[in-house]
Write a protein that binds this ligand. Structure first.
Ligand SMILES: Nc1ncnc2c1ncn2[C@@H]1O[C@H](COP(=O)(O)OP(=O)(O)OP(=O)(O)O)[C@@H](O)[C@H]1O
Length: 660
């Protein structure tokens, strides 16, 4: 195990000297969730594996049963049937041999053996038919199991509250669960193959005991050491794989750095090629030594395993010889035992291989089931929708002493903020980076739940309204918009997906966000796919994407539109047009605007200034400028950037002057 410990990179003193050098440049990466099963099998002893098998088999059968009862029954019936047929086959073989080894003319012996031969042929045919039925049922089962498990996962991942994604452990958990969902089909198939292998072994054992109880000893000698050797070799193979884990993760990282689009420009402009190739050589030289050491161990074990298997077979033949000479068993029984041993060894190799697979895939499946259990804590209150009142048209949003503290953060992102927004107003949240503007807007948009205080829609807490209906009245353009891999038209249409907006509405919304012309200039206009992973897919510039996102927000024509930094990447003309479109809404519908371009908030009905999560100023542009506080300072700073007469020695700005 020394190699394994070293390979996982935990920095044991026995590490090769090159390793520390490698780590000093390429830090240790997190353990990858897709290797959970392999790592578990590399560390688990045989006892631990066997102890867990019954639970995993039960879980696999339960999933299979939920996915498709009929097919599960077919697989179960054919598994048992194939086992029974295997036992009958051996008994028929023995009958044939008894007849053939009897005294008398050969023709008579063949005639006497005919019924048993016919039975053997029938049994073989039925067995083959059962194997076909089993394969058919299993193949049909896999997509159903996949769907059952994956659908369940997506139901949860799309429903959990947004704060779930803030918990580092949750994101990790979810990645593991995805791998677990993929593993479920393999787990189910391996479990069924394992049960079929065990049924085959049991059948041989039963047949052998029926023929002669003493032959069971021969069978055990032939199989038990073999099974041990194969499981041990399997264990070592997993250890070898786990030993390569650090290398694989580092090579994966280096692959991303050297062969992907995002890093390509900087790699070239900073001349990082030699540096990264050198990293690759270092990783490979250190890890290859570890791999070679493991390969030596595996070869030794498999050689010892083969020797044990050969020795066991020799012991079986010796035992059979002794029993024959001693007159304990007839010749036909001894010959059948040879056939039985071969059959048992075939089943055994299936069983040992499948045990490892069930165990490793089962670990991933446990990640999936664990996630599904833990995720329940993040699901919204079930009484959300239909049981609650449908909200009426917005008259007022009241934020009452609202706070939010992110997990693992000492201070709240929003701290006791109170404000009121009247319908038709355009209000602006301004403040420095990290002052809590987006967090406050996310709470009003019901993307996050406050950890203190209450937000009211028309006088009643948000929690008392039907959440889906309320969300339908709000449109949010977030700062961290997503580039949906759809056409330009669909990228806009998802702003009001329930209404399936027509082309006219889509184009009108695009025009308001200065996106229409830009879209029509794309190779396929509104039908252009905005993702380069598609054939003929296109990528857009940051500003072009921002126009699309703003258009998406306009499309819904919601009573409350929240625009979080909608213009950070826009050129001056587009920015001016966008804010003109926002001003056109003023008095008619309500807008919350978050922007650092303070010239654009001058027309807002009310400006709220946040600082370290608290509301420090509120008023119109003129009121706040006259107050010469934080807003006035920020505004003056920005305005000074456009003042060509100002040089470095400009006198202090209003807020600094007040403070001094
Ligand atoms: N998901 C999160 N998990 C933990 N902390 C967060 C998270 N999102 C934001 N924060 C923290 O909360 C505080 C407020 O962030 P927020 O994004 O609301 O600020 P902002 O005023 O919108 O900033 P900016 O102007 O940079 O967009 C910051 O200190 C930020 O680091």
């Amino acid at each position: 195990m020394a190699e394994t410990a070293t390979a996982t990179g935990r920095g044991t003193p026995a590490e090769p000297p090159g390793r520390q050098r490698v780590e000093s440049v390429l830090p240790e990466l997190r353990e990858m969730w897709w290797e959970t099963g392999v790592r578990a099998r590399a560390t688990a002893g045989l006892f631990a594996v066997f102890a867990e098998l019954p639970r995993l088999l039960r879980a696999a059968l339960a999933v299979s049963w939920r996915a498709d009862r009929a097919r599960t029954l077919v697989v179960a019936a054919t598994t048992v049937g194939a086992g029974v047929m295997a036992a009958f086959g051996l008994l028929a073989t023995q009958r044939v041999l008894v007849e053939l080894f009897a005294g008398g003319p050969t023709a008579d012996k063949v005639v006497a053996a005919l019924p048993a031969l016919t039975a053997l042929a029938a049994v073989t045919a039925v067995r083959a038919g059962m194997a076909t039925a089993m394969g058919y049922a299993q193949n049909g089962l896999s997509p159903k199991v996949d769907r059952e498990v994956e659908r369940g996962l997506f139901e949860v991942t799309t429903a959990v509250r947004l704060e779930a994604f803030d918990a580092d452990a949750f994101a990790d958990d979810m990645e593991r669960a995805s791998r677990g969902a993929e593993s479920t089909t393999s787990l189910v198939q391996s479990s069924m193959n394992l049960l079929a292998g065990l049924a085959g072994l049991l059948a041989v054992a039963v047949a052998v005991v029926v023929i002669h109880p003493l032959l069971l000893a021969a069978l055990l000698v032939a199989t038990v050491p073999n099974a041990w050797a194969s499981l041990r070799a399997g264990h070592l193979r997993y250890q070898t794989y786990a030993a390569g884990s650090v290398r694989r993760r580092r090579v994966w990282l280096l692959h991303r750095l050297m062969a992907e689009r995002e890093s390509a420009p900087e790699l070239r402009s900073y001349g990082l090629r030699r540096f990264l190739l050198d990293q690759y050589d270092r990783v490979m030289s250190v890890e290859t030594d570890i791999q070679l050491a493991m390969a030596r161990r595996v070869t030794t074990t498999t050689t010892v395993g083969s020797m044990i298997a050969g020795l066991a077979t020799a012991v079986v033949y010796l035992l059979l010889g002794l029993l024959l000479v001693d007159g304990q068993i007839p010749l036909a029984a001894a010959a059948t035992c040879v056939v039985a041993v071969q059959s048992a060894q075939r089943s055994l190799s299936v069983v040992t291989f499948q045990i490892d697979r069930v165990y490793t895939e089962g670990q991933h499946f446990s990640d999936y089931t664990g996630f599904m259990t833990r995720a329940v804590a993040y699901l919204p209150d079930e009484t959300t929708s239909s049981a609650r009142d449908t909200p009426d048209q917005l008259r007022e949003v009241h934020v009452d002493a609202v706070s939010l503290r992110y997990p693992d953060r000492d201070s709240p992102a929003v701290d006791q903020v109170t404000l009121t927004i009247q319908a038709g107003q355009t209000v602006a949240f301004v403040g420095e980076n990290g002052s809590g503007k987006s967090t406050l807007a996310a709470m009003i948009a019901m993307l996050r739940a406050p950890t203190g205080g209450t937000i009211r829609w028309n006088g009643r807490p948000l929690s008392e309204w039907d959440v889906d209906a309320l969300r339908g009245r709000i449109a949010v353009v977030t700062q961290e918009y997503h580039k949906w891999p759809f056409t330009a038209a669909t990228n806009l249409a998802i702003g009001d997906i329930a209404a399936e907006p027509g082309q006219d509405r889509i184009e009108a919304a695009a025009a308001r966000a200065v996106a229409h012309e830009m879209i029509t200039e794309l190779p396929h206009g509104y039908e252009t796919l905005l993702d380069r992973t598609f054939a003929n897919g296109q990528d857009l510039s940051g500003g072009q994407w921002q126009r699309i996102t703003a258009a998406r927000g306009f499309l819904r024509d919601a009573e409350l539109l929240i625009m979080d930094e909608p213009s950070s990447a826009l050129d001056p003309r587009a920015e001016d047009a966008l804010f003109q479109a926002i001003r056109d809404r003023q008095g008619r519908v309500t807008t919350i605007l978050i922007t650092h371009r303070l010239a654009n908030v001058r027309h807002a009905d009310r400006i709220y200034v946040l600082h370290h999560g608290t509301l420090v100023e509120a008023g119109t542009h003129d009121e706040l400028t006259a107050a010469r506080g934080r807003y006035a300072e920020l505004f003056a700073l920005q305005a000074a950037g456009y003042d060509t007469t100002r040089d470095a020695a400009t006198p202090p700005l209003p807020h600094q002057a007040t403070a001094s």
